[in-house]
Design a protein around this ligand. Structure first.
Ligand code: AMP
Ligand code: ZN
Length: 460
């Protein structure tokens, strides 16, 4: 069985052939840690976790290296630190913000059933690699120093007579059009409007490091070069898969390619570029001003993480996803059923009917349809397939217990009412037994009578 992946650069689905099957390498752009992650940020986390799990299944756990960075140098972090900790020196305040937000991010994505990546590099720990890349770019004539900034020149890249990729190839933009359409209020230190920042000076009190390229004033890196440096350090100059949300194709990924390829004289940075579509809420773009902006943390107060995970995977990663309450409720009911059927059974092998669609560019909606099919025919296969996809982290009893806890229903009260109802039925007092059934229903409890007695569960 071969894996096929859609590659944003070549705009086609291609068979995945790793550069080294003993060391399959994937990089995904991670969060900028200044605030709670929202449910849109959860999409790349979940999508690339499924890919990570699938690659581990195919090549072996020890042979897949997944790197997802933490961006902990950013103006948004500085602003947040100054606002939340006005009494502290800025650097200390920044450490507090990035530590708290980083911890929260981990708690959130752990609850979503995402495995921790093999490495989670922090930008602040890779300033040396960033300086090295910048030095190489300046020496190669792809970047220049101006007013204590270092700028990358896409025009120099495209003028180079070499096997380098064209700037704009990933996002299918033409540099000439970018130049023609450039804004007029371009920073005065840029030679051309399309030049982007590799390094910039820091204001007093802001985080700063010794600058590259002979600049005396201390400074800090631009965002794009952070990822080039961390990917290089942990995966090398050229690796298998680079992922992130569709909004990152331009300029972030276009610029990563430019930096890495020009610094290391490579034709490519990654063999496959994968991008997830955007998430919107109840048919509208998610934004703070519309009031439909929702964090993972808030959703986890109402729903188990696996419900959010399933809800995300019901849509193919490439398509936009509409996040609705109705769909969440349906996902919760599906998981209740799967937990009852498969959580406590011995897992068999992941079913071919589930694996095949996954291997076809992570077609999770088809894989989920196949899971529904297994429910009636092969619960062992269902259990193994669900586990492969990152579900069933709890026992059936834990799952049901959590639901009871979340509903505020005390199992003792339910058991007492059920035995009162059984007694009423025994003395043929059906008015009373119906009244008790209604009382339970009002508590959100449904009951089922069978010859073995009465069972109950919390209705969704
Ligand atoms: P950011 O912190 O904004 O850089 O985003 C972190 C990751 O989440 C990136 O891969 C983004 O592409 C992705 N992302 C941000 N917003 C959304 C959204 N609404 N839907 C899907 N992915 C998103
Ligand atoms: Zn990145």
């Amino acid at each position: 069985m071969e894996l096929r992946l859609y590659d944003t650069l070549s705009r086609e689905k291609r068979t995945f052939v790793p550069l080294d099957a003993n060391n399959v390498r994937m990089y995904v752009c991670g969060p900028t840690v200044y605030d709670f992650a929202h449910i849109g940020n959860a999409r790349p986390v979940i999508v690339f976790d499924v890919l990570f799990r699938l690659l581990r299944h195919l090549y072996g756990e020890a042979h897949v290296k997944y790197v997802r960075n933490i961006t902990d140098v950013d103006d948004k972090i500085n602003d947040r630190a100054a606002r939340d900790f006005p009494g502290l020196p800025l650097n200390e305040a920044i450490r507090k913000v990035t530590e708290q937000t980083g911890k929260q991010f981990h708690a959130d994505v752990d609850a979503l059933g995402a495995l921790r990546p093999s490495v989670e590099p922090r930008a602040t720990e890779h300033i040396g690699e960033m300086r090295e890349i910048i030095e190489r770019l300046v020496a190669g004539g792809f970047a220049y120093v101006a007013e204590d900034h270092v700028l990358f020149s896409p025009q120099a890249m495209n003028a180079a007579n070499s096997t380098l990729p064209r700037y704009g190839a990933l996002s299918k933009r033409s540099l000439d059009e970018m130049i023609a359409g450039a804004r007029v209020d371009v920073a005065p230190y840029k030679r051309d409007a399309t030049d982007f920042v590799l390094w910039k000076p820091s204001k007093p009190g802001e985080p700063s490091w010794p600058s590259p390229a002979g600049i005396a004033a201390p400074g800090r890196p631009g965002w794009h070069v952070e990822c080039s440096a961390m990917a290089w350090k942990h995966l090398g100059e050229y690796f298998d898969i680079h992922g992130g949300g569709i909004d990152l194709v331009f300029p972030h990924h276009e610029n990563e390619v430019a930096q890495t390829c020009c610094a290391f004289h490579q034709e490519r940075m990654a063999n496959y570029w994968m991008h997830n579509g955007f998430l919107q809420v109840e048919g509208e773009k998610m934004s703070k001003s519309l009031g439909n902006f929702v964090t993972i943390h808030e959703l986890l107060a109402d729903w188990p993480g696996e419900v959010l995970r399933l809800n995300m995977l019901k849509t193919h990663y490439h398509s936009p996803i509409d996040w609705t309450m109705k769909s969440l409720e349906e996902s919760a009911r599906t998981l209740d059923d799967w937990y009852r059927a498969a959580a406590d059974v011995e897992p068999g092998k992941p079913a071919a009917s589930v694996l095949e669609p996954l291997l076809d560019d992570l077609n999770t909606p088809l894989a989920i349809a196949a899971l529904h099919g297994l429910r009636g025919s092969d619960v062992n296969g269902l259990a193994a397939s669900l586990r492969l996809l990152g579900f069933l982290s709890e026992s059936a009893a834990q799952w049901e217990g959590r639901k009871q806890q979340a509903s505020g229903v005390d199992a003792k009260d339910v058991e007492r009412l059920i035995s009162e109802r059984t007694a009423a039925r025994a003395r043929k007092d059906f008015k009373e037994s119906d009244r008790i059934r209604d009382e339970l229903a009002a508590m959100g409890v449904t009951i089922k009578d069978s010859k073995d007695g009465t069972t109950w569960e919390i209705a969704r």
